[in-house]
Design a protein around this ligand. Structure first.
Ligand SMILES: Cc1ncc(C[n+]2csc(CCOP(=O)(O)OP(=O)(O)O)c2C)c(N)n1
Length: 297
């Protein structure tokens, strides 16, 4: 499991330079900046279509969504063949590239326990192409493909539980992280670098344009998500060992996360109560897993 670090231990050197394509307040740009700082120079970054256009000082290679898992596999095996296991094949993908369109190849790479690291910046929709719903979009969020209207309350289905889906491949390391908790995020990347096999870190990355909030509120909203238990920070090793990294005595109400985002503005009191109940019940399961130090899958 990761070891706590202080803010002073966050590396100063920037490895990721995000050019003009990032919107103001882009959570994904911050996720890239933090993750690649921690990864350092010995990385080949793999990308699939997504936003923003991330540029890193390290070599980079791109492919189609479906090819992400295969390309990472090929790079990792190639590096091994030439004796360069000091260089890590890292995928930096969106939620579309991880939860949905790229999932089959990544699931196969996870099942083969390929020696790769996947970092997912989860902005909860296909933002690059105009905020279409994805498997990562939460229930009731309005998007361009499930807009709220007389016959629609927004997305009907819950957000896919991708960390546990990858954990159910019994891979060495699965973690969630948030741009509002940079020390935790960097500690997890640091830890992921020390182990071999398939590793995935999913970073919740608020998107001011798609989630419809003022760009200066990115960190506030990400923090509220963690504090309300909507985006809990945890680690799972080998599909079994479990640790909750942020455990407030009491969760904040989900309204602190939902209300500042216009994508949830239409929600009724009853719908908010449903989200609250669901969040509290999932949180109780996570607390139990944390107390046992394991998940029962
Ligand atoms: C097979 C395939 N389907 C659809 C697209 C169109 N497309 C390009 S980027 C994108 C959205 C990507 O969303 P996500 O992975 O969540 O990243 P984000 O843009 O939100 O950062 C889509 C649907 C494509 N390039 N290939």
């Amino acid at each position: 499991m990761s070891e706590r670090i202080t803010r002073a231990q966050i590396p100063m050197e920037e490895m990721g330079i995000t050019p003009g394509s990032a919107c103001q307040g882009c959570g994904a740009a911050l996720a890239a900046r933090l993750a690649f700082k921690a990864l350092g120079p010995n990385v080949i970054r793999h990308g699939v279509p997504c936003c923003p256009d991330t540029v890193t000082k390290t070599p980079q290679i791109g492919t189609v969504f479906e090819g992400g898992g295969a390309l990472l596999t090929g790079t990792s095996r190639g590096l091994k063949a030439i004796g360069r296991e000091d260089v890590l094949a890292v995928g930096f993908f969106g939620d579309g590239g991880t939860y949905d369109i790229g999932f089959q190849g990544l699931s196969a790479a996870a099942e083969r326990n390929e020696n790769i690291l996947v970092i997912t910046k989860d902005n909860e929709a296909y933002m690059n192409t105009g905020n279409q719903r994805s498997g990562a979009t939460p229930k009731y969020a309005t998007t361009s493909t499930n807009p709220v209207g007389p016959k629609s309350r927004g997305k009907e289905q819950p957000k896919k539980n991708i960390p546990f889906i990858f954990a159910a491949h019994y891979v060495p390391y699965v973690a969630t992280a948030s741009v509002a908790f940079p020390e935790d995020l960097i500690a997890k990347v640091n830890y992921a670098k020390t182990i071999t096999g398939f590793r995935i870190i999913i970073i919740q990355s608020p998107c001011p344009v798609g989630w419809r909030f003022e760009p200066e509120k990115t960190i506030e909203i990400a923090r509220a998500g963690v504090q309300a238990g909507i985006w809990p920070l945890f680690e799972i090793q080998n599909g079994h060992d479990f640790k909750l990294n942020y455990k407030p005595k009491e969760l904040k109400p989900v309204t602190e996360y939902l209300k500042p985002q216009a994508r949830f503005r239409h929600m009724t009191e009853a719908e908010i109560a449903e989200v609250q109940e669901d969040t509290t019940s999932k949180w109780q399961s996570l607390i139990q897993s944390d107390e046992m130090g394991k998940v029962l899958i």
